[in-house]
Design a protein around this ligand. Sequence first.
Ligand code: CA
Length: 408
Amino acid sequence: MATLSNRTMTRWSAVALACAALLAACGGGDDSPATTGPLALKTLDGSAPVVVAHRGASGYLPEHTLEAYTLAIDLGADVVEPDLIATKDGVLIARHDPNLDYSTNVASRPEFAARKKTTQVDGETQTGWFASDFTLAEIKTLGAITTDAERATVYNGAFKVVTFQEIIDLVKAKSAAKGRTIAIYPETKNPTYHRALGLPLEDTLIAQLVAAGWNSKTAPVYVQSFEPSSLKTLRSKGLNTRLIQLIDADDVDLKTGALTFAAPYDRPYDWFKAGDTRLFSAMVTPAGLAEIKTYADGIGPWKPYIVPVKGTLDATGAVKDLNGDGKVNWADATTQTPTTLIADAHKAGLFVHAYTFRNEQRRLAYDYRGDPKAEYLQFYRLGLDGLFSDFADTAIAARRDYLTETGR
Ligand SMILES: [Ca+2]
């Protein structure tokens, strides 16, 4: 197994621990990207790429907690990203999945044992405890846990589930305290699923953004979804913020370098329900981009839509274990010639925010040589407008290098 042994990781792990202990005192990561300089940047609007803290500083602390968002801001993130689901009483909370078993300690709570059930989420059968069966007050008694078994578990149970309103309040307070505008990037999660439960996300989201004074194109808000109908609903009901169409796939076939498409990651669930048989990949064609431009401002594709990766095959046609760790995975793939997606999207008038950038060695293609900054630099140089990172500090350090090399 790859180990996180390089000096950068050790250093930032130490920073993370220090920040968790002393959040208020950790403010050294502020960054104010310049927007002019000798070499024009290739982003859509010519400004520096935006760093979005994916689920907060989720590389260091249990995701989607006030502590993870606070740490991300203190590490210098421009934007924090909450995924939104609804409680039984209709409150928007930040969780990646309606199934609370994935990201909280609900399974350890005997008083909730009877609410365990098996149900379908976007066509996938899941067993667990579901947010729509719990009031906010009940969910507030739970502790968040890491969703990545390879990451620190020492904070499991220590932090509470956070509401969308608490995130808005945090971002406003931190913006005032730091003298820079911090934005939010909420995602409507499983919007068709929520609508079927009688807990539509869109109306509540709009109401909260309007109440925050943030219903405009220039507000520090980006709203994202995998389901086009959710974005269209938001627009038709009067939301004026920037909207982003997310573009997924299931995996990469390392033998061919091709994206693979298996349910539920093959197409938006609303497309499936409507009998639309196109795959997510239809969205990156010129026609697909033009269609997105009719209801959104940007796209959020998975990284290999921009920089494909592929394994190296041995004489038998099997993918080689290039790094010799006994496993064949992403860390044995090498990057291929970038696609024209960024240029194509820009031509269509759409900005591009790619996901998800992570520091772990096993998540880095072989030719980045274990250096996550090498990956960020490649994408920045391609003209990427923004990215989602679990390690915002690394993304910002790489951006500083990129801005320096462009004369800023
Ligand atoms: Ca390997």
